[in-house]
Design a binder for this molecule. Structure first.
Ligand SMILES: Nc1ncnc2c1ncn2[C@@H]1O[C@H](COP(=O)(O)OP(=O)(O)OP(=O)(O)O)[C@@H](O)[C@H]1O
Ligand SMILES: [Mg+2]
Length: 366
């Protein structure tokens, strides 16, 4: 079980049904806020047990790197106390520059064989020293054009990045047993609530404070992934720069869409910065379209805090000329309305997609 610590594990809720289940909390350490979710297995699905979010100071995590570990530790401890969570096992995730996700082809072999040769296979695809990364893979299936080959999703994450995160969680008395990737956690949460997309190509777009994770999926498998290093911070920074607001005022406006003392200017800035974010998403989908013969995305789901911004879905839909819907990760999860207000959950759901996907993981599942 401990081995999981040193591997990046893929989302795979289907396989989990056959595994021994242990109580695990999902902790998403985002640059805007740490989110905690605990789920309980319930009638073949999940029931919400705990949820909590704790803001981080804006310099605590910069470019995916933990700059102020004390602030992050404090936030996690606060969440554990508030939620009275006793579980020690944690599923968490990484993303950004130090994570590489590639679809590769290797000669057909068994999973055990690939396990022993993955380092060698990975060397040509990973721009870092193999000794400096944690590797994991998932076999997608035999290649349609060449049956002697199989398609594999290869994931590598720099060890120093993973270990920074592990250190923070250990300091909180927790035991990180599953290390996932943000975009796969979203995919897992999506599939539980919406089902695998079968033949439709669906783009899952997680819009956070400092990054946008794009994951195009089909039939329960990632077809294309990309991290864009821009997010809701852009909106806040533009408001600060162009409307002369301090950070707190700007953050408040970004969240509430209230117009402040100069409504026209503020609305213009909000619109411009949303357009910039949408443009980046469009660029990624255009890149995917250009590199993938005749495959086209048919449906887009947005999640992450920025998906709650007024007008985001409409702006993105207009730009992509595709249906865009907000992903509600609580949709497929049983909720006791005595403990949680379902309406409130709907309003904050997108902030918790990663944490929910993580909370669905169990020790050793793959
Ligand atoms: N209720 C809300 N309405 C609109 N925007 C919101 C709301 N809550 C948060 N945001 C915005 O969403 C962003 C935070 O989203 P999220 O919590 O998904 O980011 P994160 O996961 O902490 O960051 P990252 O993963 O990029 O490091 C911030 O830019 C914030 O301004
Ligand atoms: Mg995030």
């Amino acid at each position: 079980m401990l081995l999981a610590l040193w591997y990046i594990h893929f989302s795979g809720h289907v396989l989990m049904l056959f595994k021994k289940k242990k109580d695990i909390v999902g902790i998403d350490i985002g640059s805007y806020a740490v989110k905690l979710i605990r789920l309980r297995e319930h009638k073949g699905g999940y029931q919400l047990q705990n949820m909590g979010m704790e803001r981080l100071p804006s310099e605590a995590i910069v470019d995916n790197a933990i700059m102020d570990s004390t602030a992050v530790v404090d936030a996690i401890r606060t969440l554990l106390e508030e939620q009275k969570v006793k579980a020690k096992g944690v599923a968490t995730s990484v993303s950004g520059h130090s994570v590489i996700i590639r679809k590769i082809q290797v000669p057909t072999m068994t999973e055990e064989e690939l396990e022993t040769s993955i380092q060698f296979e990975a060397e040509q695809y990973i721009p870092f020293e193999i000794s400096e990364v944690n590797l994991d893979f998932q076999i997608v299936g035999t290649d349609e054009k060449d049956p002697s080959q199989m398609n594999v999703i290869l994931v590598a994450a720099k060890k120093d990045h993973v270990s920074d995160q592990v250190a923070v969680l250990s300091e909180c008395g927790l035991n990180p047993v599953v290390m996932d990737i943000d975009c796969f956690a979203v995919e897992n949460a999506f599939e539980v609530s919406y089902g695998a997309s079968e033949e439709t190509l669906v783009a899952l777009i997680n819009l956070g404070a400092s990054a946008i994770n794009v994951n195009i999926v089909r039939n329960g498998s990632a077809v294309f992934t990309r991290d864009i290093q821009i997010g809701g911070n852009l909106v806040v920074e533009e408001l600060q720069k162009r409307a002369g607001l301090d950070r707190e005022e700007a953050e408040q406006i970004a969240i509430s869409s209230e117009s402040g003392s100069d409504p026209d200017l503020v609305q213009e800035i909000l619109q411009d910065s949303l357009e910039s974010l949408c443009q980046e998403v469009q660029r990624s989908l255009d890149f995917f379209a250009a590199t993938s013969a005749d495959e086209r995305v048919q449906q887009v789901y947005v999640t992450g805090g920025v998906s709650l911004m007024v007008g985001l879905c409409e702006a993105l839909s207009a730009r992509l000329e595709l249906p865009v819907e907000k992903l509600d990760p609580f949709q497929g999860i049983a909720v006791d309305s005595k403990s949680f207000d379902p309406e409130e959950l709907k309003g904050v759901g997108p902030l918790f997609s990663v944490a929910i996907g993580l909370a669905m993981r169990r020790v050793g599942d793959k």
